[in-house]
Write a protein that binds this ligand. Structure first.
Ligand code: FAD
Length: 474
């Protein structure tokens, strides 16, 4: 019997063996050589430190699951593929789709190279429920509003081809040492420099099995009160699946299918609609390629954004003197994650009260989030800033005091991340500047000494923001 053809599967943001369309089809075609190429030198939106830590852990997990059979290369994807096809009898190259302009161009150039060499290039949907080009308005143009997009997508049903085995049953990987093992993971320069990321290690279990465990935890404990509970950062009603979905330790289809097996109710519906927002973000990124840098509503190009670096640094460091904002920003720095309610509050505060351009928030989140996702991050920042397609209106400015009182009523979350205020009574936890001197003394809070005074006046900054917006609209 003749030897099966040698085919490459390039792992990108699909760090799993199960339900991996490209890997599944590669396995059906021949002997698979699984590789990862760390190509980020020219990426205009390079992955930040926290996400690279997650990527490193995911690669370690994959390497183990493939019995050490994953080759890692660094450098331009085009050059690496070109070199490998010149040196080895590779007959096909397989990968899963990516949707941003940079990675689409990269895939196009690899496809063209392979076409010239007469080698098969095949790419698949490995991360979305609906390919962005498959959902369109009746007139053929893309949707700009979530609800009709979501309805149309639901009608279509998932378009990702399902391949549910724990790993393709016919997966025969080629021992990479007989080909080219590439660079050892620890020498590939994937881990960020410094030791910031070390604090993530006790907090997160990374990898394919860990993603399934996290999903099961959510189905057992979180989903039953998701719709209401998801707004309260101290509760465990959100899934915390975002970093696993972002890096592809689990697929959207796997999560969607697991939810579909639960008794349908408002919680399952709401959870699916949140997965729908993820789909919509990718949809926008695909159809509006400058989503990560340009206001979708062009009138915001004229907005007079602030350039106050001190304010921006205070926001990044969780030292604004606004407790719920500081709690969110410190959660981000300490854990690489931030609860969605907090993302909206700190986002509104940065863009509206401090008047900074949303791209500053996008950049900082990109650096700090283990779940940083170019599509969801950019679309969400545009949503928060009011300049996206289906955005929260600019004039809806969150009041961080009432948001704190409403969504962290016992103060459990805020006290955890802002321990300077832990003895402050609930009545003043979210507005310590209103507390009588004696109350502050008893709680051992020194405003301006052990906890900052607010860097802006909330009422005044809100009025200024509305005034600027009014001028923009007139
Ligand atoms: C300013 C801002 C920046 C954000 N940046 C990111 C980001 O970089 N990466 C990211 O994955 N999400 C981002 N989000 C969306 C959302 O905050 C996170 O997806 C969510 O908090 C992740 O926690 P979870 O997995 O527990 O969510 P759950 O509530 O359990 O939701 C389940 C899944 O649905 C998806 N999802 C939920 N809400 C949204 C949403 N609003 N938009 C898109 N997808 C959503 C996520 O994949 C999430 O894992 C951002 C939101 C805001 C307001």
């Amino acid at each position: 019997m003749s030897e099966q053809p040698l085919v490459l599967h390039i792992f990108t943001h699909d760090m799993r063996l199960s339900d991996n369309s490209s890997l599944f089809h590669a396995a059906k075609t021949g002997r698979v050589w699984p590789i990862f190429i760390d190509d980020h030198a020219d990426d205009p939106y390079p992955v930040g430190g926290a996400s690279r830590w997650w990527l490193y852990q995911s690669l370690r997990d994959l390497h183990t699951r493939l019995d050490g059979g994953l080759s890692i290369f660094t450098g331009s994807m085009l050059e690496v593929v070109s070199d490998l096809i010149a040196r080895f009898p590779i007959q096909g190259v397989f990968w899963n789709h990516r949707y941003d302009a940079y990675h689409r161009r990269q895939a196009d150039s690899v496809t063209e190279l392979l076409r010239q060499k007469g080698i098969a290039a095949r790419s698949f949907n490995g991360s979305l429920l609906w390919e962005p080009w498959s959902v369109r308005k009746d007139d053929g143009t893309p949707y700009k509003v979530f609800t009709p997009f979501y309805r149309k997508g639901c009608l279509k049903g998932p378009t990702q081809s399902r391949c549910v085995e724990s790993a393709p049953s016919d997966l025969h990987t080629v021992p990479c040492e007989t080909l080219d093992p590439g660079v050892p993971l620890d020498k590939a320069g994937i881990l960020p420099s410094g030791d910031w990321h070390q604090k993530f290690e006790p907090l997160w279990q990374v990898g394919e099995q860990a993603a399934q465990t996290q999903l099961q935890r959510f189905l057992d404990d979180g989903l039953s009160d998701y719709k209401k509970g998801r707004d309260f950062p101290a509760k465990r009603h959100v899934s915390m699946l975002s970093p696993y979905l972002r890096h592809g330790n689990i697929s959207a289809s796997q999560v969607h299918e697991a939810i579909g097996q639960m008794p349908p109710d408002v919680n399952t519906d709401h959870f699916c609609s949140e997965l729908g927002w993820r789909e919509f973000s990718y949809y926008l990124l695909y159809h509006f390629q400058d989503l990560p840098c340009a206001n979708l509503q062009k009138k915001f190009d004229r907005f007079p954004w602030s350039t106050n670096d001190a304010d921006l640094r205070a926001w990044q460091q969780g030292q604004t003197g606004i407790p719920i904002v500081d709690a969110g920003m410190r959660q981000l720095w300490q854990t690489g994650y931030m609860h969605n309610r907090l993302r909206m509050i700190v986002g509104s505060f940065l863009v509206k009260n401090l008047g900074h351009h949303w791209v500053e928030g996008e950049k900082w989140f990109r650096h700090c989030l283990v779940d940083h996702d170019l599509a969801s991050n950019s679309a969400s920042w545009q949503w928060v800033a009011g300049c996206g397609t289906d955005a929260a209106p600019y004039f809806r400015i969150f009041n961080p005091v009432t948001q704190g009182q409403r969504f962290d009523p016992t103060g459990e979350f805020t006290r955890k991340y802002v321990p300077e205020l832990q003895h402050l009574p609930d009545d003043f936890l979210f507005n310590p500047w209103d507390a009588p001197v004696l109350v502050l003394q008893v709680a051992e809070v020194g405003l301006g000494t052990n906890y900052p005074r607010p860097i802006v006046d909330l009422k005044q900054s809100r009025e200024q923001a509305l005034e600027k917006f009014k001028r923009l609209s007139s």
